[in-house]
Design a protein. Structure first.
Length: 45
């Protein structure tokens, strides 16, 4: 399991550095993505 966590941490760090976004921006993107998905699930669109 530790190997997976290490891989996941490295994978995310690589993706974030390639995208040019920082952790704060990624957090907000994830938040709004969650709101949109939650809205879709709640209202069955």
């Amino acid at each position: 399991m530790r190997r997976f966590f290490k891989w996941h941490r490295n994978y995310l760090s690589d993706r974030i550095s390639k995208s040019g976004l920082d952790y704060y921006q990624i957090t907000w993107i994830s938040f709004f993505k969650g709101l949109i998905i939650g809205f879709i699930i709640a209202y069955n669109l």
